[in-house]
Design a protein around this ligand. Structure first.
Ligand code: C2E
Ligand code: CA
Ligand code: CA
Length: 663
């Protein structure tokens, strides 16, 4: 027999067997009464009527109890749960019925009438045979029943001592034995069939559970949610009702996982799931989409849009309210709150994916808003920008692996407009959105931490390029400026990482310049100085980018072991017409001289700007006047033509310069 794997399977088998036993009771009761009446009628003139009355009373009590138990069993709505008690009662009443029949064998035994003895045996053989077969699923019930009959009857036939009664008793025993054996094998195959069916039912349930429910929280999973959402859509179309999708995400769940471990994270999710379930209507669905994201589908809110919005917001507030009580995690209290985004739907105006996406965007906006723990409705007017940001944030993680990041090179020139090097500038070549400028994705990369690996990649590329250039006399002097984000610089292993990257490439470290911004200097000035000095030992030089717009004090700047100040392009823009800007630029140039730092101006677009800067004492430039940032092969090509012409590399820039020279 197939072994039952779980307690669930064996209790289901037990309950089913008890059900089968009780289900036969009504028919066997009828049959027993028919046999009893037949016996009474046949023996009426042979047996004392008092004895007949006593026996039929005992008989009726036994079968009356059985009928009562059957009714009670059927009434018990939790009979499967109580199946063990019901089996005990069944066995007791079966034993009683067997004894009643056995007693009939003694009391109704006609001493002198062999034909009636045969009739009695015939009736009891039928009764015990039927009983053994009917009760065969429970061996003990079978034994109690046939045992009760045999116990009284056989001695009675043996006591009588005639050869006929003896023969009848032996035949009876053989018959009971035979039927019992047959009943056993019947019972075995019956139980086997039942347990197979139960097991396959349970397996199906298990498969269903795994396929459609989240194993951690027991909530519907994404697959079931899609199904429910489809149904909700169909109902909303039929009844022209608005429904809503609510997207809920826990704030700082990653922080909890990192600080208290995944076990605590799992516990929190389970408790959150339980609480969220309590605040929804029966017809609503709450599903876990994975991670700490939950989706609720609110079906048929109202035919009126404003009412539907109010109802959806009310549910969102209820969901928010379940977070007011702290959660119990590993014996300590933990407080958290979610961000919730809402998107309404009406019929099939929007596809399910779109509704989910919009709810997600609204949630994202809720998370980004200053007011933490907020609830946001999807609003078409506000969302394109947020949507774009969300898309970039999601896809940035794959940009590096997907080889979608590129480096552009923007030339830097000296006063003779000869190329001295270039600034390395990142570009993201997105497969569908096209070229994305760094201003759009670097802040996101800084927020997600992705900037660390991106920055490392940029540095490695730049070093390899320097190494490559070092092999030609024409390019060996070129320097490369690499932008370093404050987040990247503040990594504890930043110095180590730069050292390893430079050494691995084999480039000349003195050709590498790192551009830092003032934002980095504001805090931990000593640590910054230490890191800069550690890298300067290798020969790496440092430039302070976007200089002039920051807040750092002169005393701080003096302490920094920098090599270059890079005047922010916003001052260069109006330098020709704005006296204030030109005054600032002059001050920066003077300051650089005083601190023995070289000064470079970026964003130089016009000849006049360059001329003015030169007059002020600035001798290094970068800007569209010379060249826009270019992909490597174009940059290298323009370098070659610049070398031939002896000026800045860009074809357009070069033409302009030549024109101005001629002019
Ligand atoms: P940034 O470091 O100030 O880079 C100079 C920016 O000015 C570049 O913009 C460049 O294309 C632009 N530019 C150069 N000449 C001119 C000009 O004559 N006129 C005008 N209007 N603009 C000019 P880009 O390439 O869009 O880079 C923007 C910012 O993105 C950079 O500003 C830098 O902060 C950041 N960035 C770029 N690449 C990297 C990188 O590899 N790592 C990090 N951390 N940041 C980067
Ligand atoms: Ca820069
Ligand atoms: Ca800059």
């Amino acid at each position: 027999m197939r072994a039952l794997n779980t307690t669930a399977e064996s209790s289901a088998l037990h309950a089913e067997i008890v059900g089968m036993l009780y289900s036969n009771n009504r028919r066997s009761l009828m049959a027993a009464i028919v046999v009893m009446i037949a016996l009474l009628l046949v023996q009426w003139h042979l047996i004392d009527h008092i004895i007949l009355t006593v026996w039929s009373s005992i008989f009726l009590v036994a079968y009356g109890i059985r009928a009562y138990l059957t009714v009670q069993y059927e009434k018990d709505l939790q009979r499967e749960l109580h199946s063990r008690q019901w089996l005990q009662w069944f066995r007791a009443s079966t034993c009683f019925c067997g004894l009643a029949w056995g007693l009939g064998g003694i009391l109704l035994f006609p001493e002198a009438d062999t034909a009636h003895q045969a009739f009695l045996i015939f009736a009891l053989v039928g009764v015990s045979g039927a009983g053994i077969i009917i009760y065969s699923v429970d061996t003990l019930s079978t034994n109690l029943f046939s045992g009760g009959i045999v116990l009284f009857m056989i001695p009675r036939f043996l006591i009588h001592g005639s050869s006929v009664s003896l023969a009848l008793a032996v035949l009876f025993m053989v018959y009971v034995f035979y039927v019992t054996v047959a009943g056993r094998s019947l019972a075995t195959s019956l139980r086997e069939n039942i347990s197979l069916r139960i097991a396959s039912n349970l397996d199906n349930k298990k498969v269903h559970q795994l396929a459609y429910y989240d194993f951690l929280t027991g909530l519907p999973n994404r697959r079931l949610l899609t199904d429910r959402l489809n149904q909700a859509f169909a109902r909303c179309v039929r009844h022209q009702h608005y429904g809503a999708v609510l997207c809920l995400d826990l704030n700082n769940f990653k922080g909890l996982n990192d600080s208290k471990g995944h076990q605590a994270g799992d516990e929190l999710l389970q408790q959150v799931a339980f609480r969220l379930q309590q605040c929804l209507r029966k017809k609503d669905t709450i599903a876990r989409m994975g991670g700490d994201e939950f989706i609720a589908v609110l079906d048929e809110l109202s035919t009126d849009k404003t009412e539907a919005i109010t109802a959806a917001q009310a549910t969102a507030e209820k969901m928010m309210a379940v977070f007011s009580q702290p959660f119990e995690l590993q014996n300590s209290k933990y407080r958290t709150a979610p961000s919730i985004g809402i998107c309404l739907f009406l019929g099939d105006l929007l596809k399910e994916d779109e509704v989910l996406r919009r709810a997600d965007i609204a949630m994202y906006q809720a998370k980004k808003s200053d007011n933490l723990n907020s609830i946001q409705m999807y609003d078409e007017a506000v969302h394109p920008a947020v949507e774009m940001r969300a898309t970039l944030e999601n896809e940035l993680a794959f940009a590096l692996q997907g080889k979608q990041l590129l480096l552009y090179y923007q030339v830097q020139v000296n006063e003779l407009q000869q190329p001295t090097g270039a600034e390395v500038l990142l570009r993201w070549q997105h497969p569908t959105l096209g070229m994305i400028p760094p201003d759009q994705f670097i802040p996101i990369a800084e927020e997600t931490g992705e900037i660390v690996s991106i920055g490392q990649w940029v540095l490695a590329q730049a070093c390899q390029q320097l190494k490559h250039w070092s092999q030609s006399v024409h390019t060996a002097q070129l320097k490369l400026s690499v932008n370093v984000s404050a987040i990247q610089f503040s990594q504890p292993d930043f110095v180590q990482m730069v050292k390893e990257t430079v050494l691995a490439s084999g480039c000349d470290a003195s050709c590498l310049r790192l551009e830092l911004t003032e934002s980095l200097i504001v805090k931990n000035i000593d640590e910054v100085i230490e890191k800069i000095n550690a890298l300067k030992v290798l020969g790496i030089t440092f430039s302070l980018d976007d200089f002039g717009i920051g807040q750092s004090s002169l005393s701080v700047l003096k302490r920094l072991p920098l090599d270059e100040l890079k005047i922010d392009r916003s001052f260069i823009k109006d330098i020709v017409h704005n006296n204030y800007d030109s005054f600032i630029v002059q001050t920066i140039i003077n300051m650089g001289k005083n601190l023995s730092h070289s000064v470079i101006a970026e964003g130089v677009e016009m000849q006049q700007q360059m001329v003015m800067l030169q007059k002020m004492g600035c001798h290094a430039f970068q800007g569209y006047l010379f060249s826009r940032p270019l992909p490597l092969h174009e940059f290298e090509a323009s370098l070659q033509s610049a070398m031939r012409g002896g000026a800045a590399p860009s074809a357009t820039g070069q033409r302009k310069v030549l024109r101005s020279r001629l002019g």
